[in-house]
Ligand binder design. Structure first.
Ligand code: FNR
Length: 364
């Protein structure tokens, strides 16, 4: 096991502590400043709205899940146990944190597999870095009896991480091999730095059919890793990357026949953020730090509250969809959106027609 940093804590424990310190319940600015055009006649009733979606050949009753976080230490094992219980009783899909800790040290395998033990029938994604070989990826899938595996790409995090990797030359080639050799769907995932359309096009070209564009606006791993450095000397890299809204607009600018399915994550805090992400083209939405808040102590005392939040979000997503006249998740892509000013500027520079988002309902 690793022991780094000023408190002598395990790296995974530090990540949880530092992510928790930066959490804010406020919507990220690109989400807050992206607005739906309100139309007064929805011509729809709540009971007719369906929240179902399908990603990576898996069916989801609701369009949000708890995204990758942790495992690998005693404390994070307890967090994963709470997440497993939440997955089972809250009926919400889950992703584990990177399983690499268990591959290096099998004695911590239980801190991941506990998620499956507590949640025998739910959807669980395993998670691993993009340099791992097929055998390791199979081990990660087996450990969690995972329905899919997220392969994370996190170059800025590695660069700022004191003990991080410096060789990213084989990631794309390796992802191609993983997609070809694994029996479960592979989701290529950022960790909060966002994706460009060029990145997504390259991933699609090697067979990736689902990406998680995980953008800025929420947990910032440049900031987390910088806090773990003795001299905090990479503070200027904090905020690196594209926002979740920008990343969605980037990926949707690819032609539909060359575009993978999209999971949106990064700074998602409430049902309106979820609905906006879906309207911007996401098929499914992931939340990490927001759900960490309920389980960060590894105790069950806030699980009831978390389950109520999940229920409430489901109802409120359906209510917002009703206001918008969207019967299905796909219908949300026909709603009218005025993109945040910062996103408009980005689109201008990147040759993306942001005005088209504001006139979609007329094209029904
Ligand atoms: C993460 N994230 C993450 N991602 C990943 O692919 N593998 C991992 O092991 C981890 N570990 C991790 C630990 C903690 C404590 C947090 C909060 C997050 C990144 C996560 O899945 C997500 O991409 C970002 O956190 C952005 O989403 P939020 O937190 O803003 O909702």
């Amino acid at each position: 096991m690793y022991y780094f940093g000023q408190f002598g804590l395990d790296r995974k424990d530090q990540h949880v502590g530092l992510a928790n310190q930066q959490y804010s319940s406020q919507s990220a600015s690109d989400f807050a400043q992206t607005r739906f055009v309100h139309h007064s006649l929805p011509e729809l009733k709540l009971e007719d709205v369906s929240l179902a979606t399908s990603v990576a050949s898996l069916d989801f009753a609701h369009p949000f899940f708890i995204n990758a976080m942790t495992g690998g230490s005693e404390r994070t094992g307890k967090i994963n146990q709470m997440l497993g219980i939440l997955g089972c009783f809250g009926k919400i899909p889950l992703a584990s944190g990177s399983v690499s800790a268990a591959i290096k040290d099998p004695s911590v395998a239980e801190t991941f597999s506990v998620m499956r033990r507590e949640n025998p029938h739910g959807i669980i994604f395993a998670n691993l870095g993009a340099h791992h070989d097929v055998d390791n990826a199979k081990r990660a899938v087996d450990l969690l009896e995972a329905n899919a595996i997220q392969i994370h790409v996190n170059a800025p995090q590695e660069i700022v991480m004191p003990e991080g990797d410096r060789d990213f030359s084989m990631w794309l080639k390796n992802i191609e091999i993983l997609v070809r050799e694994l029996d479960v769907p592979v989701i290529a995932k950022e960790v909060g730095f966002g994706m460009s359309r060029e990145t997504v096009a390259k991933l699609a070209s090697v067979g990736v059919q689902t990406v998680d564009i995980s953008g800025t606006g929420g947990t910032d791993f440049a900031k987390i890793e910088n806090a773990r450095r003795a001299f905090h000397d990479y503070d200027y890299l904090e905020g690196w990357g594209q926002s979740t809204v920008v990343s969605l607009v980037e990926v949707m600018s690819l032609p539909a026949d060359r575009r993978p399915q999209v999971i949106a994550s990064g700074g998602i805090k409430n049902p309106l953020d979820i609905v906006k992400a879906l309207a911007l083209g996401a098929d499914l939405v992931g939340m990490s730090n927001h759900f960490l808040q309920f389980v960060k102590d590894g105790k069950a005392d806030r699980l009831e509250e978390a389950m109520q939040a999940i229920d409430r979000y489901q109802t409120q997503i359906a209510e917002i969809m009703t206001m918008l006249g969207a019967k299905t998740v796909a219908d949300l892509r026909k709603t009218d959106l005025i993109l945040a000013p910062a996103v408009q500027n980005w689109c201008q520079a990147r040759g993306i027609d942001w005005t088209a988002y504001a006139r979609r309902s007329a094209e029904k």
